[in-house]
Design a protein around this ligand. Sequence first.
Ligand code: FES
Ligand code: MG
Length: 579
Amino acid sequence: MASNDKKKTVLRSASWFGTRDKNGFMYRSWMKNQGIPDHHFEGRPVIGICNTWSELTPCNAHFRKVAEHVKRGIYEAGGVPVEFPVFSNGESNLRPSAMLTRNLAAMDTEEAIRGNPIDGVVLLVGCDKTTPALLMGAASCNLPTIVVTGGPMLNGKHKGKDVGSGTLVWQMHEEYKAGNISLHEFLSAEGSMSRSAGTCNTMGTASTMACMAESLGTSLPHNAAIPAVDSRRYTLAHLSGMRIVDMVHEDLTLSKVLTKEAFHNAIRTNAAIGGSTNAVIHLKAIAGRIGVDLELEDWKEGRGVPTLVNLQPSGEYLMEDFYYAGGLPAVLRRLGESGNLNRDSLTVNGKTIWENVADAPCYNEDVIRPLDNPLVENGGICILKGNLAPRGAVLKPSAASPKLMNHRGRAVVFENFDHYKQRIVDPDLDIDENCVMVLKNCGPKGYPGMAEVGNMGLPPKLLKRGIKDMVRISDARMSGTAFGTVVLHVAPEAMELGPLAAVRDGDMIHLDAESGRLHLEVSDGELADRLETLKSQQVIASTGGYLEIYRERVLQADEGCDFDFLVGCRGAEVPSHSH
Ligand code: FES
Ligand code: MG
């Protein structure tokens, strides 16, 4: 606890609760209908617990219990907890893509924080988009903020084997389509895969973003990996509740933690954990909110960093194993020992990241590999550029086939996802394993919401021949649990008439991942002519509703897919009275 002399004398919440006039009466009076006693309004930090609990976000469905433990900690440290809901976007149910509402949830979070009598914030996050959304919203306010993640599910167990969220579905579905397993066997894995509360247990986007939050310094150590049902998750929630009260007294705002150096730590951590490509978009969006200039080029910081964490989809194990092996602190220690960590970056517990992890033990060197025996020598995310992606595209080498990392092939083009679904099953489709599958109109505006369809399944006729991977290129994203030689986030997207829109069946494409090049072998003149024709034919129908704002204002993938008008930190200045 902060000593008395460290206590903040003027709290933001006092502007609501601290006056003896009509306004103060009103603010306090209605709150008192919850049984709050007088002394709770007399100078105690009010801590907002921003909760993404929802039964439609199964990964966050246990969050009321997590919030209760956060509250215990806040009370213990002398604060007053106030829990409030924000839009919860669950990856598994929400159509057409949870990404479509990430910015909506971020707006909700930002406005809820700024407009309310809150001195500090605890962000309860779990499922993929909830972590970036809440961090984005909180960053635009810049109050003292701490992240508490809900934690991953226990390892899936199917027929005596450990099975991973998502990764198992992709694998079994390919097996089913190839005729190797029955429909009954395929469906029987549903309950075995998701058998406890928590987020996906693979190193998918949720686990990646939890690791990003921890490596950015926005959570207590070990926040990323403790299983959702492990009692230590609830201890961590309690300690985070205690800590946020002190952070208010210390005025430890988010901008003191979210520095450029912290983002570089996150990028290198992403390489070391074999993290999701979605982090490229989310980190950019968070950085934009706090005012840190993070470019695609910054991801080169992660190239050369070995992938140490042997988790699916790149490796073998699952999040439960990761925690028992030492969790993220053990990885950060290795990054620090190999010169890949900005050791002085401040974290929410008031210590530097290096102080937190310098002695972190590793209990299983097969799960968290030593530096001299990595899972992948050169991890990270390749940033590609070329005439097919003038503003960039990404590829995750640890999920790709080494032999396809430098590949030239004939394009087989799908104009949109429906066209892909209809065409891919055609036995007469002119395609072989050397072709490059190109999918258009699945970008932020095109889908809209930039669905996770970039890892499009291979043609059944090639699967039956045992082909496991082909080069795929799109303006879509892919699930963090997916794998393959998949070029994603091509910017500008086809809907914005980026060059991707102009690719035709039979064009030759050259991918050279190591040199970062993605080239369409079509002359500049021909490319310009094709795009001019497409422009004259493009009709964009009005949809109304949220979708209309989304399509008009969403930025491209290289800019983090935030809304243009939401970029930046608008602070937490107290708004004028409501009555
Ligand atoms: Fe929620 Fe994977 S679906 S974390
Ligand atoms: Mg996902």
